[in-house]
Design a protein. Structure first.
Lengths: 171, 154
């Protein structure tokens, strides 16, 4: 699945209440039987209004999904490998889609090269409980890419220095 | 982190998407075959132990503002200092040290593209280090998680 990053298509304009709702939910939904009523009390809206507004942001793509988002590091995936690939320009969209479909790839993006410093235009994130596991997954990606790939490397994370979701400021 | 079968099932079923309806946890409780109260308790406990980073919305940055992945090559002895400066810069929400010449990777966010550029320029100037700016050109698979192999976990 390719997801357009174009911003020209019907931009949804966030109103002040949407922003308040984002602020109120960006670190998580209230864990109570009726989370919408709890949010409503905070925002001065009825539970129904909160849910409807939330669903509207979801339909508009402002909210990508609502999920129980795991912290893979805490789960035991201590090795986070950002695999980066130098793919022929004429093959990249096709290759990106194929790599993105591999079940162990959590993110897969095309990004620009910065020659001569940076040659890699395809990024695929993989997680493992060991370096061997990450390397094994990288070799599966390599097999998919075949001769469209002119080089790759794996950047392991050595420390997570900051990690938060989207944060809107209260200003 | 040892999790029981129900916790694992809960993560397997809802790491990508959970129901957005009047009573989401009740809906989940029906799918899991446990009480609503137990769903809530388990989510709370998984969140408290940080196995779940959150139970809630994942926002599309490009719709709620602008964001960009950037990297700098920092001399090893300056890494802590530079990392702290990056963390303090407005809009930085991810910052990872990685084993590479480009050893510091972070995501900068802003309400709009112009502010994003200003923030990056300002930070680049402050750090006195050239910055690789790597905006997403095309997304093939965006942060949807992956199948967890529970047996392989320590």
């Amino acid at each position: 699945m390719s997801i357009s990053t174009s911003r020209s298509d019907q931009d949804y304009v966030l109103c002040a209440l949407d922003r308040k709702l984002i602020l109120a939910t960006q670190s998580g939904l209230p864990l109570v039987p009726d989370p919408w009523a709890t949010l409503g009390k905070e925002l001065g809206l009825s539970a129904d209004e909160v849910l409807a507004r939330f669903q509207r942001m979801q339909d508009a793509g402002v909210i990508r999904r609502v999920a129980a988002v795991p912290d893979h590091y805490r789960l035991g995936y201590r090795f986070n490998g950002m695999t980066v690939w130098n793919i022929r320009d004429d093959a990249i969209s096709d290759m990106g889609r194929q790599v993105g479909e591999l079940p162990f790839v959590s993110h897969c993006y095309r990004r620009p090269r910065h020659l001569p410093y940076w040659h890699y235009n395809l990024f695929a994130m993989v997680h493992g409980t060991s370096r061997e596991e990450v390397e094994d997954k990288a070799s599966q990606i390599k097999a998919v890419l075949g001769d469209t790939c002119e080089g790759h490397t794996i950047l392991y994370s050595s420390a997570i220095l900051k990690k938060t979701g989207l944060r809107l400021r209260k200003s | 982190m040892r999790l029981d079968t129900t916790d694992r099932q809960l993560i397997n079923l809802y790491q990508r998407e959970l129901p957005v309806c009047e009573r989401p946890y009740e809906e989940m409780s029906r799918q899991l075959g446990i009480a609503e109260e137990e769903v809530i308790e388990r989510l709370q406990s998984l969140q408290d132990s940080q196995v779940l980073s959150r139970v809630g919305p994942v926002f599309e940055h490009s719709r709620a503002g602008a964001s960009l992945l950037a990297a700098v090559a920092v001399p090893e002895e300056q890494l802590d200092l530079v990392a702290a400066r990056v963390n303090r810069a407005p809009g930085v929400n991810h910052n990872y040290a990685r084993e590479h010449i480009y050893n510091l990777w972070f995501v900068m966010t802003a309400p709009d593209e112009d502010t994003l550029d200003d923030r990056l320029d300002e930070l680049e100037h402050q750090l006195r280090l050239p910055m690789l700016r790597l905006p997403m050109v095309e997304g093939y698979h965006i942060d949807l998680g992956f199948d967890i192999d529970w047996e392989a976990l320590p």
